[in-house]
Design a protein around this ligand. Structure first.
Ligand code: 5GP
Length: 203
């Protein structure tokens, strides 16, 4: 059997550009898959059930928590968000790498259970720029914008527990950085022991 896949956790405040960066990464790097989260928040325009998120009602979500169906879950902005366990475990067992785009509370849970994961924090260049990006997105009410900016400060504090930080001031440069992180992590000896042993075992 080959090596298990690598779990890559990407967090960062709303508006830091983590969604855009993850999409670029998924297009550029092979054998990499995005975990689709479940949430109780309402879909935004153009969001599709099963693609953006699995949109569940509160009861269904709470039943799934009870059944232990989530790898991690958290309450963010008064809604539940969680990572379905089965998809991620299947992918990892097949040797595929999986990205979780989750908040810092969820990332802390994953770190406790999967310390070999790679933890990447996407940071905006500064809070003013972050606010501008959230307003420009046009999907949030004023209250929601204020809440997201306030929460961004708390999330930034949690960045100290991550392995890598990517400052997203220039999208091309940030994309190159996150791609380099993933490719370098794949080259670690600790992640290639079985292949090395197979080479050494041969003639
Ligand atoms: P949004 O509502 O803007 O799509 O996401 C709000 C926040 O929830 C973001 O920080 C996003 O990364 C986080 N989030 C999305 N899916 C999950 C998940 O499965 N678990 C956790 N803990 N956070 C999530």
């Amino acid at each position: 059997m080959g090596e298990k896949g690598m779990l890559i956790v990407v967090s960062g405040p709303s508006g830091a550009g983590k969604g855009t960066l993850c999409n670029i990464l998924l297009n550029r790097v092979e054998n990499l898959f995005l975990s689709i989260s479940a949430t109780t928040r309402s879909p935004r325009a153009q969001e599709i059930h099963g693609e953006s998120y699995f949109f569940l009602d509160k009861n269904d979500f709470e039943n799934k928590i009870k059944n232990g169906d989530f790898l991690e879950w958290a309450k963010v902005y008064n809604n539940y968000y969680g990572t379905p366990k089965e998809f991620v475990n299947n992918m990892l067992n097949e040797g595929k790498d999986v990205i979780l785009e989750i908040d810092t509370q969820g990332a802390a849970q994953v770190k406790r259970n999967c310390p070999a994961g790679v933890f990447i924090f996407i940071s905006p260049p500064d809070i003013q720029e972050l606010k501008k990006r959230i307003v420009k997105r046009g999907s949030e009410t004023q209250d929601s914008i204020d809440l997201r900016v306030k929460r961004a400060r708390d999330e930034l504090k949690a960045s100290l527990d991550y392995d890598y930080v990517v400052f997203n001031d220039d999208l091309d440069k940030a994309a190159l950085k996150i791609q380099s992180i993933v490719l370098s992590e794949r080259c670690k000896v600790s992640r290639n022991k079985k292949i090395l042993q197979a080479i050494l075992g041969g003639n």
